[in-house]
Design a protein. Structure first.
Length: 258
């Protein structure tokens, strides 16, 4: 098992894990998400916290989370309300600064991940700087969405020079690495940007196939919109620029990022 990278004095790591649960109008599904987290941690015991971030919901998501906190006082849940809809990428990075865990992971608020997937990933905690899940089968995902996803993965691999199965799963990170290395980003491709950045810095990683499902979001909640396509193009360009810098201007780095 690799030794964890040293973090500066003052960065708290007095828990094993921080879970970031983003919510935007997840009133019908957030209870199921929190139940899944609770069930997974009943099977895999570690010191953890759950930070639920409401990203400008217009439904009763916050009220449902508060009711869950009252019903389960033994579960370490914090609720944070963003001042407006800041987006997943920004909330992901900012929540890393609020956490206390050595490791950090996004758990989608729409309850698409079974307990078994969460337990499998948690059992890999500490075995590498990055644990990258991928989904051999993803029920509910249309042919169009699968094609877009495979094309995106192919382009990231091509432009970065790496060979990763999937960049948009809910990976397990060192929390300090997110704080230190996360690019300022918007939209669909922020995890690909972060993962390739960490690989550029010499992070170790393991990949594992896991079960999952897909929940179709429509309207303003759907990731298939013009803004995300523009942000994804920008992300791919940044990934390619980093590869050029790495090849032409920098010596190959070794060892985990610090």
């Amino acid at each position: 098992m690799p030794e964890p990278a040293q973090v500066p004095a003052g960065i708290r790591e007095d828990l094993d894990l921080t879970l970031f649960v983003p919510c935007y109008n997840e009133e019908p599904r957030i209870t199921g998400t929190l139940d899944t987290i609770r069930a997974a941690h009943a099977e895999f015991s570690c010191g953890y916290e759950v930070i639920v971030v409401d990203d400008g919901s217009t439904d009763q998501t916050c009220a449902v989370v508060e009711a869950y906190q009252r019903a389960h006082p033994e579960m370490p849940i914090r609720l944070h309300r963003n001042p407006g809809n800041l987006g997943l990428a920004r909330s992901f990075v900012e929540t890393a600064f609020q956490g206390r865990g050595r490791y950090y992971r996004l758990v989608c608020g729409d309850n698409v991940e079974p307990k078994e997937t969460m337990v499998q990933l948690l059992r890999q905690m500490g075995k590498a700087d990055l644990v990258l899940p991928y989904y051999p089968v993803l029920p509910g995902k249309s042919l169009v969405r699968r094609t877009i996803s495979k094309t995106f993965t192919f382009l990231v691999d091509l432009l970065s020079g790496y060979n990763v199965h999937y960049y948009n799963g809910c990976a397990l990170y060192r929390r300090f690495h997110v704080m230190r290395w996360a690019p300022y980003n918007y939209g669909f491709g922020f995890q690909a940007d972060l993962i390739t950045m960490l690989l550029d810095e010499g992070a170790s990683f393991v990949e594992m196939p896991v079960p999952g499902s897909h929940y179709v979001k429509e309207g303003g909640s759907s990731p298939l919109n013009f803004r995300n396509f523009v942000s994804t193009g920008h992300t791919l360009f940044e990934i390619f620029l980093r590869r050029i810098r790495r090849v032409f201007f920098e010596h190959k780095r070794g060892g985990p990022p610090s």
